[in-house]
Design a protein around this ligand. Sequence first.
Ligand SMILES: Nc1nc2c(ncn2[C@@H]2O[C@H](COP(=O)(O)OP(=O)(O)OP(=O)(O)O)[C@@H](O)[C@H]2O)c(=O)[nH]1
Ligand SMILES: [Mg+2]
Length: 293
Amino acid sequence: MSDKDPAIIALMGSTGVGKSSFINTVTKRHRLRVGHALDSCTKEVQEVRLEWGNDQRPVVLVDTPGFGDSSMSDTDVLRIIAKYLVKSHKAGTKLTGVIYMHSVIDRKVEGSTRRIFKVFQELCGSKHLKQVVIVTTWWDNVDRALAESREQQLCDGETLFRPMLHDGACMMRHEMGHDQGFSSAKAVLDHLLKFSTMDLHIQKQLVNEKRPLPVTSAGSIINQDLMRNAQRCLDRLEVVRGELNNTKDDTIRRLLLEELRELEEEKKAIRKEIKTLSKKINDRSMLWRLLGF
Ligand SMILES: Nc1nc2c(ncn2[C@@H]2O[C@H](COP(=O)(O)OP(=O)(O)OP(=O)(O)O)[C@@H](O)[C@H]2O)c(=O)[nH]1
Ligand SMILES: [Mg+2]
């Protein structure tokens, strides 16, 4: 890498944790749109270029759509991120660091948070974890002692951040403080800019091994969830249809018909997600055959 090549740092995480805000803080300008209501905000990958530090080092911060979006599935988000990573890998522009953002406002670390982090973990792989920082946000919105105890739990929990931290990633805080968060964001960037470039696990799997997205380590987590949901949906459809055939009670029939309608909608949504995850027709028809869709 020459000195002129920009250092590329990607930001990932759930929707609303403050990825776009972090970039705006770093640039000291409102370059990216941030969310205001409950709706998710960033819908595509956006690169923000800047000159960083005394030596005006070129840096590109890569904003990504958040997982758990109100209008996009996690499959859509993973596909958008994967597409960007493949394109940049093929163009020979490698990443220098990755930031995973997590809000300390999350009272409980629920199933979806664990799943999103697992996808992220698999996307990174186990090499170069020194170049990954888990950044906690929203410190100003939670009682300090409570936020600190949550932070401790996040590091201690066997299944969440601990394995990644154990393998070299680090955890840092992004706090508003007296300068609207600039110094804490600066500390994160300065830390990552010490490293040279690297490939993420998913880039190797998609580009070098030419794997389709559903059979990458990250894609397969979403794929398995889709399969489970599809199976549950199909099983329930069968039960509801059976019950409809066996009952004459109008009230029960109305309820069953309502459930049938909802299940058909869910089946349609799962089918759409399979289509998103598996662009190649062969992978897709294999999945559909498997599910009897
Ligand atoms: N109080 C507080 N608000 C924050 C913090 N970080 C972000 N916000 C607010 O949270 C909202 C969402 O922030 P964004 O930066 O759009 O979040 P995002 O991670 O980019 O979300 P997506 O684009 O949907 O993935 C905005 O209104 C921000 O002002 C924080 O640390 N503290
Ligand atoms: Mg955003």
